[in-house]
Design a protein. Structure first.
Length: 624
């Protein structure tokens, strides 16, 4: 795992010192070595975390033998050995054992082979000095990030936003649209970023920049469900693909381990890892003792069942100590509070291994979220006469006491979320992703405008209007929430500690099989992950297969009323708000303390943005 960056400028040779500064800002992504290379119109930079071929021969930027092309690469290619064999048969030669050189030789052999033949997680940039063009690519699911800024005949790019802003030519103008999307979704969906002049390359896209400008094309999207699949044979195909996906992700020249929360996904991946390993698997988890969010008993059960070398770390309430660092590593406001446990888990794991496998992707692919079940029930609830809903049911639910308990253990919180989501999707059928602030609340807090036609989450939902409501929600999640929330969180928090995380469930072959499955293979009216549980039998303890789902969350609502109250209050009410209306912030805070609403997540988003704003050069932050 690495950090990549560079500048292409067709009017003059870019300043190598700027690229070096970008590299230096990403040392955490690649602590082992770094370097740059310079052409007339291009400078590329790289920071390396050595995983495969630890020799200097595999360092980057990697130049072709003839010097006509150079590559900087972030990620892992899991089928590089087969690709390498094919290239050898076609007469290509290799100087290293690295997957980086395979990408470079694939391009030189046949540019059309990129990136569709690659199975892995990746973002890379390749400069062709003969054709004078830059190619940048992001993997199908968006596991690896890539930011860029285009200014006329000049393009700069980097793995992280804060590194990109080391280039003073990159404008730092606050995007109102992106800020409101952040308040709605907790994350800023690609291609937007918090800066109007910076974009994310969306997952499954590649771009070419030459003297004619920038062209972007989509090279992959999820296949739609198919009718006529046989359930039994699909279970067997899924088992085989998962076993192969895990096996491929065990190739490494450095120590490996596994995240183990005790949920179905992480337990299944760890069990397959143990079956494919010659050594006892090292597993890692964290716990929140004394809260409804604690699931340590399940991770211990899973570890005992599989026979792993398991270590667990209890997390206390002193998150304020790491808060500035967590915010800094995202480079822009990012509101998923589970970044905190992911930070601690990554820190804990990196003390023992350099690579960890995770169970990310199982919920989105196989229907693991309770909101998918709720969406089915909402289609029935929507048939209830509106007068009965609006005069009886919903007023009753609003009167129920607010609780800061984890929603998975709270009936009242589930009811409140159900009613709010039902109303939201009746008002806008495209609003299938959960929202923290409503649009009216976000406008009231900021006084800013929002344009629905620019919202890529709504655009993704519109693409899948021909599917049933639940599948439409799942496909939208895959292209937005999973890529820009779940995978962004894991990338930034793991790379903050120079830890590589691999996700076998997000092998694109597994993803495509899951997408082709009809909804009935994945869910009943109350059952989730039906086919994944079937594939996991014999590998995962029955107690775990039958347990209720827990999210990877922190008990913020409780902490804001106790241990974190003074810290949060000082930041929310003691400072100067340049974007948020103070009266609205005070109202949200007082409602939470009085128990009128669980506003923990709204408060968290405000705290995150305020910290982010304090860290950047506010003199250059222009509102637009």
């Amino acid at each position: 795992m690495c950090g990549i960056c560079g500048i292409v400028d067709f009017s003059k040779t870019p300043d190598v010192s700027v690229v070096e500064a970008m590299c230096n800002d990403m040392t955490h992504r690649g602590p082992d070595m770094g370097g740059t290379c310079t052409f007339d119109a291009c400078v590329l930079g790289h920071r390396r975390l050595s995983i495969l071929d630890l020799t200097d021969a595999a360092k980057q930027p990697m130049l072709s033998v003839d010097g006509r092309a150079a590559l900087v690469f972030n990620g892992e290619i899991y089928n590089f050995q087969e690709l390498r064999e094919g290239l050898l048969k076609r007469g290509r030669t290799f100087r290293t054992r690295s997957d980086t050189e395979v990408i470079l030789e694939l391009y030189l052999d046949n540019p059309e082979d990129l990136p569709g033949t690659l199975n892995g997680m990746f973002s890379f940039a390749l400069w062709d000095d003969v054709r004078k063009k830059l190619i940048i690519v992001r993997d199908r699911l968006g596991k690896k990030p890539l930011y860029y800024s285009l200014q006329k005949n000049r393009l700069s790019f980097a793995s992280e936003l804060q590194a990109l802003t080391r280039d003073r030519a990159v404008p730092q103008e606050l995007s109102h649209q992106a800020l409101l999307e952040y308040l709605l979704y907790d994350f800023i969906p690609a291609p937007h970023t918090i800066f109007a002049g910076v974009q994310k390359l969306p997952p499954g896209h590649m771009a070419v920049f030459d003297k004619n400008g920038l062209t972007i094309e989509k090279y992959w999207e999820p296949p739609e469900p198919q009718h006529g699949l046989n359930y039994g044979s699909t279970v067997e195909e899924l088992r085989g693909l998962l076993d192969d996906a895990v096996s491929r992700r065990l190739i490494s020249d450095v120590p490996l381990g596994s995240f183990l929360s005790g949920g179905i996904d992480s337990t299944l991946i760890t069990s397959l890892m143990a079956r494919n390993s010659f050594r006892t698997v090292k597993t890692f988890s964290i716990s929140f003792p004394g809260t409804t969010h604690d699931e340590s008993k399940w991770s211990k059960l899973a570890a005992r069942s599989i026979g792993t070398d398991h270590t667990e770390r209890a997390v206390n309430y002193t998150i304020q100590d790491i808060f500035p660092e967590v915010v800094r590593h995202f480079g822009e406001p990012f509101g998923d509070s589970s970044a905190i446990p992911t930070w601690y888990l990554s820190q804990h794991t990196r003390e023992h291994v350099t690579v960890a496998l995770s169970g990310d992707g199982g919920d989105e692919l196989f229907g693991g979220y309770e909101r998918y079940v709720a969406r089915r029930l909402q289609t029935i609830y929507d048939l209830v006469p509106s007068l009965l809903r609006e005069r009886c049911i919903e007023p009753f639910v609003r009167l129920l006491p607010a609780t800061t308990d984890y929603y998975g253990t709270s009936i009242t919180k589930k009811m409140k979320l159900f009613v709010a989501a039902s109303r939201r999707m009746r008002e806008n059928p495209l609003a299938v992703i959960p929202q923290t602030f409503t649009l009216s609340e976000a406008r009231l807090l900021t006084g800013m405008d929002y344009h629905a036609d620019s919202d890529s989450v709504l655009q993704a939902a519109r693409q899948w209007t021909g599917l049933d409501p639940v599948t439409r929600m799942m496909f939208t999640d895959i292209q937005t929430y999973m890529a820009e929330d779940i995978l962004t969180k894991v990338d930034r928090m793991s790379m903050a500690h120079s830890l590589e995380v691999r996700s076998p469930l997000l092998d694109y072959r597994v993803v495509e099989l899951a997408c082709r499955m009809p909804l009935g293979f994945k869910m009943g009216y109350r059952q989730t992950k039906k086919i994944l549980k079937q594939a996991a039998r014999g590998l995962v303890p029955s107690e775990i297969l039958e347990r209720s789902k827990y999210g990877f969350q922190v008990p913020l609502g409780q902490w804001f009323k106790t241990d974190l109250r003074k810290w949060a209050e000082d930041r929310l009410l003691g400072g100067r708000h340049t974007v948020f209306r103070r009266g609205q912030v005070e109202k949200i805070w007082s409602e939470h303390l009085a128990g009128k609403a669980d506003n923990a997540h709204k408060l968290w988003l405000i705290l995150i943005f305020s910290e982010w704003e304090s860290q950047i050069n506010t003199s250059s932050l222009v509102s637009t």
